[in-house]
Design a protein around this ligand. Structure first.
Ligand SMILES: [Zn+2]
Length: 199
């Protein structure tokens, strides 16, 4: 299991909360939607002190279209480093273009983009800067070691955070356009015993 491997398929949104007045109110929905990790670099909440380390990223920046500032389908979950690096730059949609089939993760930590769109994202987000590459390589080495010597610890590092949000208790002011997605939330899957120990 390579935690830096991008998803096999383009992301299909499972939630659609509406009507919040602040983008911060979407945070728990986005945490669940994007599996508690940065959509650009795949850094995980479980690896850091998540408080303050993750940001709500606007796919279309609000400087370009302020009307999309509170539109759920325009919101992404990203680590603060990626969010700051991206700034107000437009990029191809990472949910469609950062995929297992378009980005190879090399053992030395480098990413090799295999599509023009993935290349633009990797370049714009500086995902092959030394800090990212070194961190990726160290994490892969560490996890490979733990897998053999400390499997319980390995499972924790690749596991879900303990504070899975109970989205069914939230009441978006203008409702939820994808109610059926609640059943697929990590919280509900864990309650049903369907959540894998690691991912
Ligand atoms: Zn990131």
């Amino acid at each position: 299991m390579n935690p830096f491997a991008y998803p096999a398929q383009p992301h299909q949104r499972r939630h659609a909360p509406r009507g919040y007045a602040r983008h911060e109110s979407f945070r728990d929905w986005l945490r669940d939607e994007f599996a508690f990790r940065c959509i650009y670099c795949l850094n995980r909440e479980q690896w850091v002190n998540a408080k303050g380390a993750f940001a709500i990223d606007h796919f279309v920046p609000t400087s370009i279209n302020p009307n999309l500032g509170l539109e759920y389908d325009n919101l992404l979950y990203a680590c603060v480093a990626c969010n700051l690096t991206r700034g107000n730059q437009l990029v191809p949609n990472p949910l469609e273009h950062l995929l297992d089939s378009t980005v190879d993760v090399m053992a030395d930590g480098l990413l090799r983009a295999r599509s023009p769109q993935a290349e633009v994202i990797v370049e714009t987000l500086h995902l092959n800067d030394r800090a990212y590459v070194v961190r990726r390589e160290r994490m892969l080495t560490l996890l490979a070691d733990l897998e053999h010597r400390r499997p319980a610890l390995h499972a924790i590092w690749l596991g879900y955070p303990e504070d899975l949000p109970d989205l069914g208790r939230l009441r978006p002011p203008a409702g939820n356009g994808r109610m059926e997605g609640l059943e697929q939330s990590h919280y509900e899957r864990k309650n049903r015993g369907e959540l894998p120990a690691s991912y």
